[in-house]
Design a protein around this ligand. Sequence first.
Ligand SMILES: *[C@@H]1O[C@H](CO)[C@@H](O)[C@H](O)[C@H]1NC(C)=O
Ligand SMILES: *[C@@H]1O[C@H](CO)[C@@H](O)[C@H](O)[C@H]1NC(C)=O
Ligand SMILES: *[C@@H]1O[C@H](CO)[C@@H](O)[C@H](O)[C@H]1NC(C)=O
Ligand SMILES: *[C@@H]1O[C@H](CO)[C@@H](O)[C@H](O)[C@H]1NC(C)=O
Ligand SMILES: *[C@@H]1O[C@H](CO)[C@@H](O)[C@H](O)[C@H]1NC(C)=O
Ligand SMILES: *[C@@H]1O[C@H](CO)[C@@H](O)[C@H](O)[C@H]1NC(C)=O
Ligand SMILES: *[C@@H]1O[C@H](CO)[C@@H](O)[C@H](O)[C@H]1NC(C)=O
Length: 395
Amino acid sequence: MLVPVCLVSIVSALLQVANAEVQAYDKIDFSNVGFAGTFTPVKKFSKIDSDDCSCEVADKQWFSGTNAPVSDYLSVHFRGPLKLNQFAFYDSPSFVISDSDSSSDWTRRAYYNSTSQTGENVTFLTGAGDDSKCLGKALTYADSDGTSKASSATLLKDDNEITSDQEFVIFSNVSCPKSGLNKDCGVYRSGIPAYYGFGGVTKMFLFDFEMPRESQANSSSFSYYDMPAIWLLNDHIPRTSQYPTNANCSCWASGCGEFDIFEVMNGTERDHFYSTFHTFQGIEILGTGIQSYGYIPRDTESSMKGGVIFDSAGNVVTFLSNSTTFDSSLTHSDIDTIFSKISTDETYSSALMTISATAPSTSAKSSGFSISTKTNGLWYYLFTLFTALTQVFMI
Ligand SMILES: *[C@@H]1O[C@H](CO)[C@@H](O)[C@H](O)[C@H]1NC(C)=O
Ligand SMILES: *[C@@H]1O[C@H](CO)[C@@H](O)[C@H](O)[C@H]1NC(C)=O
Ligand SMILES: *[C@@H]1O[C@H](CO)[C@@H](O)[C@H](O)[C@H]1NC(C)=O
Ligand SMILES: *[C@@H]1O[C@H](CO)[C@@H](O)[C@H](O)[C@H]1NC(C)=O
Ligand SMILES: *[C@@H]1O[C@H](CO)[C@@H](O)[C@H](O)[C@H]1NC(C)=O
Ligand SMILES: *[C@@H]1O[C@H](CO)[C@@H](O)[C@H](O)[C@H]1NC(C)=O
Ligand SMILES: *[C@@H]1O[C@H](CO)[C@@H](O)[C@H](O)[C@H]1NC(C)=O
């Protein structure tokens, strides 16, 4: 959809007004996460080594349910300046943040520890492979520094600080089946190491990390100078193309899912982490996404611990807490202890819009979404404005 230029400026003006009042929190809560929608998977790459490289997408695929589409398998992405001390992925048959009676324990399914050089169910990949005009660089195994190419799976070393613009990705150690539209990992680039990300509706990712100030002074040489981030992508995206020049070359633009856990945004303020859904749950502008209005402060001097919980009731919480532990099993009361150091006035809450749509039993392409809302937040206001203006412009 084409966004009218004047609408973009109205929206950005409103955001600037909003940003002036943005506050610091240690915990950001989203509720009502998950909806029924579609995305278009990549079907075919053509002439990827030439200038007229292109990609085709297949028919729409439906997703639905709690946390959808972020309920799918996710790859975990890191951008510097960053040092990773610990990473853990957990799942649980049922976990509801505010309800210990409906909750089971979390089980750790993947773990990395830099000092002990422990790596369980983790594969470190990076974009150090063949370059292509429309796909960008292919994934390869990452060497121990996180960013050079290795010929086989290699554990990230202890002294692993990466700089601005440098990135690595963590997948599980479970290999994908062959590339194919109806296969579990979808169509992916040939020759890449292809692994599943981390799946499940109810899941938790924990991090012990540092994001020191970028020490190199040549800021204009970088795309993301001193803008570190930790984020999650539908794992189909990096296996096709993370930074395509043609939107058909990954399922990102059609909304297969991204969640930014801790992301420094561009601007004068480098010490704010925002959390953002890049899904179409009640918004039309995927690039801006559904952003938290409040932010979590970035500590550039010491290590930070925290992460994100996707619970069984559509609550998604990002947090930093020095009480975060990485044990092989965590109970509801362990999570309460992590949160107990964070007071309610350090918590920012926002509800995503309710979208009801029913997946057709046939492969009909029309969808007919109906949107109702439970929120009176900024995004509801912007969305209403957007809808109103779009209607005006479409007449
Ligand atoms: C994207 O894919 C669709 C369906 O395969 C095709 O019709 C369209 O032309 C493609 N767009 C671009 C920019 O390649
Ligand atoms: C993992 O790392 C932390 C520090 O980053 C360390 O204190 C801890 O003992 C390590 N755990 C194991 C099991 O080695
Ligand atoms: C994957 O990781 C698990 C947990 O560390 C380990 O038991 C298993 O052998 C690994 N599998 C492969 C294929 O490396
Ligand atoms: C590794 O992670 C994958 C992806 O979530 C999961 O299916 C698998 O059970 C995990 N392996 C172990 C040994 O926990
Ligand atoms: C920035 O300058 C340093 C030398 O101070 C150099 O090593 C580095 O490659 C430069 N970075 C970029 C992205 O050009
Ligand atoms: C960040 O902002 C600077 C200055 O406005 C701009 O030159 C740069 O391209 C921006 N970077 C990104 C990643 O948006
Ligand atoms: C967390 O611990 C670090 C030291 O490792 C300390 O500098 C920081 O202030 C603590 N953060 C909070 C919120 O207590």
